[in-house]
Structures are given as C-alpha cells and as structure tokens.
Design a binder for this molecule. Structure first.
Ligand code: HEC
Length: 95
C-alpha cells in the first residue's frame, strides 16, 4: 500500500515539474515573437538568450515595478515574481 502511495506521489511531483516547464516554454514562445534572434539588431529588443541572467532579472523586476505604461509593463501584468524566476531559470539555467 505504501509503495503505491509513493509511486503516486512521485508521479504527481514529476507531473507538476513537467507542467511548469511546458507552461514556461509557452510564455517564452510569446516573448520570442518580438525578441527574435534577428531582432537583436533592433535597439532594446534583444534575443533573450543573449542577455545575462542578472540583467534579465533586474530588467523584469523594474518593468514590473515601473509606473509608466510601456510594452513590457503590460506584458508582465499576468506574470508574478515566481514566473519571472522560472523564465530566468528556463532561459539561462538554474544556479
Ligand atoms: C509586443 C512585443 C514584445 C513582447 C511580446 C515582449 N517584449 Fe520584451 N521588449 C519589447 C520592447 C519594445 C522592449 C524595449 C522597450 C523598453 O525597454 O521598454 C522590450 C524589452 C525587454 C527587455 C529588456 C531588454 C534590454 O536589453 O534592456 C527584456 C528583458 C524583455 N523585454 C523581456 C521580455 C519577456 C521575458 C517577454 C515575454 C514574457 C517579452 N519581453 C515579450 C517588446 C516585447
């Protein structure tokens, strides 16, 4: 009985992580509509993978906090700080 519970529990955790990863990759897909690898030439819209993790995080937090209405501010409305961290881990790896 305990073994069955354990297997179920592992499956649940695995499913959870996998779900988060799919969700994060979907969010990043949306970002990449503007932040393409060719948009690198456009001022201020770099390909996200080419940024530094710390720079990415600080930019995202400042967009989240800023008061003015901007493109990035509006994009970040449905995303919280955990989403931002998950995106950073997805793009630049965990450390
Ligand atoms: C509609 C197009 C569009 C989408 C979609 C978009 N961005 Fe942006 N992004 C911009 C523009 C325009 C700027 C530069 C303007 C500014 O700094 O306010 C920018 C700037 C940034 C910067 C700062 C770049 C730098 O070099 O300073 C980061 C980081 C960023 N976006 C991340 C994201 C993430 C993560 C997503 C997805 C959740 C996303 N963007 C989706 C248009 C977009």
């Amino acid at each position: 009985m305990n073994n069955i519970l354990l297997i179920f529990f592992c499956f649940f955790i695995f499913k959870q992580t996998l779900g988060d990863e799919i969700r994060t990759s979907m969010i990043i897909n949306n970002c990449n509509l503007c932040h393409t690898d060719t948009s690198d030439n456009v001022k201020n819209i770099p390909y996200l993978k080419n940024l530094e993790k710390d720079y990415f995080l600080s930019k995202m937090y400042s967009y989240k906090k800023e008061k003015e209405n901007s493109v990035m501010k509006r994009i970040l409305i449905p995303l919280n700080e955990l989403d931002i961290i998950e995106m950073a881990d997805y793009l630049y790896g965990e450390d």
